[in-house]
Ligand binder design. Structure first.
Ligand SMILES: [Zn+2]
Length: 191
C-alpha cells in the first residue's frame, strides 16, 4: 500500500451528500436551494420550514438570539428590532435590575439549557424567575404580568439585531395599580 489517501470517489461524495441531506421534500429545481438554506441557517428541515413560516407570519419581526453568560442557556425569540423594555422597581426587579421586553410564548424557543435552569418564586408565585444554575444569569423569565408569555432581557441578546430600545419605567412597587392601568402590557404576550 502506501501513498497519500485518494480523494473520495464521486460515488462516495454523492453518498455522503445524500446522508447529509436534511430534507426529503420534492422541490425539483429548488432542492439545492432548500438544502443550502438549511445549511446556512444551520437548521433541520422542520426548523427551516418553521423559520419560513415564522418569517411569513411575523412580518416586521426579527429573530433575536441570546442566552446566559456561560452559554448553557440559549434561546431564540421573534420580536421587533425596536424593543419596548420595561424597567420595573418591584422588590425583585430592582435587586436584579430586571429590564425586559415581553413576547408571546409562541415566539420564544429555548434552544438549550432546560435542565440547567433554576426557578425562583415568591409572594403570589406567578412569576417564574428562571436563571442559569451555572452562571446565575436570568436571560428570560415568565413575568407575573404576562404568564402566557416571556420577559426577555435585552442585555442578554447577541449583538446585531436590535435597532432601538425604548425604556418604560413601570411602578412595580404599586404593582396591581400599575399593571391594571397599563394600556398595552397584557396584549404584549398575545400571539
Ligand atoms: Zn449560564
Amino acid at each position: 500500500g502506501g501513498g497519500p489517501p485518494k480523494a473520495e470517489a464521486p460515488e462516495a461524495a454523492a453518498a455522503a451528500a445524500a446522508s447529509d441531506e436534511r430534507c426529503a421534500l420534492a422541490l425539483g429545481a429548488q432542492a439545492e436551494r432548500w438544502l443550502q438554506f438549511q445549511k446556512r441557517q444551520r437548521v433541520s428541515c422542520e426548523e427551516a420550514a418553521k423559520l419560513l413560516l415564522d418569517t411569513f407570519e411575523y412580518q416586521a419581526l426579527v429573530k433575536h438570539t441570546g442566552g446566559c453568560h456561560c452559554g448553557a442557556v440559549r434561546f431564540e425569540v421573534w420580536a421587533s428590532g425596536d424593543l419596548h423594555v420595561f424597567d420595573c422597581n418591584c422588590s425583585i426587579c430592582v435587586k436584579k435590575q430586571n429590564r425586559h421586553f415581553i413576547v408571546p410564548a409562541s415566539r420564544f424557543k429555548l434552544l438549550k439549557g432546560a435542565d440547567n435552569l433554576a426557578t425562583y418564586t415568591f409572594n403570589t408565585h406567578c412569576a417564574q424567575h428562571t436563571f442559569c444554575k451555572t452562571c446565575g444569569v436570568q436571560s428570560f423569565y415568565t413575568p407575573r404580568s404576562n404568564p402566557d408569555g416571556y420577559g426577555i432581557a435585552p442585555h442578554c441578546l447577541d449583538e446585531g439585531t436590535v435597532s432601538s430600545v425604548t425604556v418604560e419605567v413601570i411602578d412595580g412597587k404599586q404593582w396591581e395599580e400599575a399593571v391594571k392601568a397599563h394600556p398595552s402590557i397584557h396584549s404584549m404576550s398575545k400571539p
